[in-house]
Ligand binder design. Structure first.
Ligand code: ARG
Length: 464
């Protein structure tokens, strides 16, 4: 068995089960690129400040570059007994260039090494998810634009719900723009998080800084960070950058899960609002008729894992004293998992939504049922001077009458309507169509076609 890089004080070999339990290389090998970039920046700086000679720097750089090539080609041999990505790379460097490799770790600890690797990864992941979220937002805006004039040139009308009870008619495009608005904030959360984590912990060393005359500003700059972290204990001991990333992931997942729930419901036989594309649905091994919305169900289900990743790391961090504790090794898998999960869900929805077919006649008919224009009728009465509360009471009475007798508002006779209020008539109740209801909602941000078009145009401009 080879001696550990930290083996000096140990008289006995590591227990096999401990080695297995302790090792992070099965998952942190994913940080190999970041680890080598970090080492390259570190060694270049050691040369600049005169800690290492130009020749030593050259040898180490060459070795690291060769290792990076091996990693990229899949030729690198990851060894469990070398514990983690950092010691795998360093030991491989020693195998390759000999004892001079041991100079790389001057003025550095694995504590600041892992912190810088993981920040590099998480910052890139946050910016990547920001871009992918933006791409889905563009798809949502495209769908909103498309459905402003589908149904025979008319905007597609959808029942709007509260409590999952029909509330008021809305435009399908309005519904798409609501998700576009959520995604806009989701993107912003990833960008904000990326900006806040844009600090390099490299050079914090183990926890207290280092007596070596290092240049933290140089390494921060070389690695593309805005600046070095201001406190070495914080630099190696904090993981709120990962928590913030995971929390932005969790919120985005909540939004995608709500979308999923609506798509699952609306594509049922009972609702029949839309048909999901064959390419993004699956069948049943026993029931030949089945077409299941697996993508949406998984997107909804995986939100549970993504939330769990946030809760998991919050729980890991909460009891750890400053600065580094091995507990923090548990920070990575959840971040990788949330990143991978959302990367695929965002792409799937970007492909699936434009291929879904909305059934305008069905959604419009559904929007008209459930007394969805009762508010319009009350508003009509209130416009002629009746206090809104009284108008509400009157229309409520008409709804009760229609509902008890299995009718819609437009089925009520002129006598029945006039009896409820002299300023009402059957003609008026029949004029309360879903189209009129939607058109009337001209308040800023409302569902009237002009308003929704304005929302979509503003989003287009922001996206371009
Ligand atoms: N594999 C470790 C992690 O992921 C690297 C840092 C280890 N530092 C230490 N002093 N044991 O957190």
């Amino acid at each position: 068995q080879e001696t550990k890089l930290w083996g000096g004080r140990f008289a006995e070999a590591t227990d096999g089960l401990v080695e297995l339990f302790n090792a992070s290389v099965p998952f942190d090998q994913r940080l190999a690129e970041q680890d080598i970039r970090g080492s390259l920046a570190h060694v270049a700086m050691l040369g600049q400040v005169g800690i290492l000679s130009g020749e030593e720097v050259g040898q180490i750089e060459e070795g690291l570059e060769a290792i990076l090539e091996d990693v990229r080609a899949g030729d690198f041999e990851w060894r469990l007994d070398r514990e983690d990505v950092h010691m795998n790379v360093e030991a491989a460097l020693r195998d390759r260039i000999g004892p001079v490799a041991g100079k790389l770790h001057t003025a550095r600890s694995r504590n600041d090494q892992v912190a810088v690797d993981f920040r590099l990864f998480t910052k890139e992941a946050a910016l990547d998810l920001a871009a992918k979220t933006r791409a889905l937002r563009a798809v949502m805006v495209g769908e909103a634009e498309k459905h402003l004039s589908s149904g025979a040139g008319e905007p597609v009308i959808l029942p709007g719900y509260t409590h999952l009870q029909v509330a008021q008619p809305i435009l399908l495009s309005h519904w798409f723009m609501a998700y576009a608005a959520m995604l806009e904030r989701d993107e912003g959360r990833f960008r904000d998080a990326a900006e806040r984590m844009d600090e390099s912990p490299l050079g914090s060393s183990a926890l207290a800084g280092t007596p070596w005359p290092i240049d933290r500003h140089a390494t921060a700059q070389a690695l593309g960070f805005a600046r070095p972290t201001a406190n070495s204990l914080d630099g190696v001991g904090s993981r709120d950058f990962a928590l913030e990333f995971l929390s932005a992931c969790a919120i985005l997942s909540a939004h995608l899960s709500r979308l999923s729930e609506e798509l699952i419901l609306y594509s049922t036989f009972e609702f029949g609002f839309l048909t999901l594309p064959d390419s993004h649905t699956t069948g049943s091994s026993i029931m030949p008729q089945k077409k299941n919305p697996d993508v949406s169900e998984l997107a909804r289900g995986k939100a549970g894992r993504v939330f769990g990743n946030l809760m998991g790391l919050l729980t890991v961090v909460k009891g750890t004293p400053l600065a580094y504790n091995k507990d923090l090794q548990e920070d990575k898998e959840g971040v990788f998992d949330s990143y991978d999960t959302l990367s695929i869900v965002l792409r799937l929805y970007g492909d699936m939504l434009p291929k879904s077919t909305w059934h305008a006649a069905v959604t419009k008919a559904a929007a008209a049922r459930g007394f969805s224009t009762a508010t319009d009728l009350a508003d009509h009465l209130a416009r002629s001077g009746v206090p809104f509360r009284e108008a509400h009471e009157v229309v409520g009475g008409l709804v009760g009458l229609a509902s008890r007798t299995g009718r819609q508002l437009w089925d009520l006779t002129d006598e029945e309507v006039r009896a409820a209020h002299p300023q009402l008539s059957a003609e008026i109740t029949r004029a309360m169509t879903v189209e009129e209801s939607v058109k009337a909602r001209q308040s800023y941000g409302g569902t009237a076609p002009e308003q929704v078009r304005a929302q979509a145009e503003a989003a287009r401009t922001a996206l371009s």
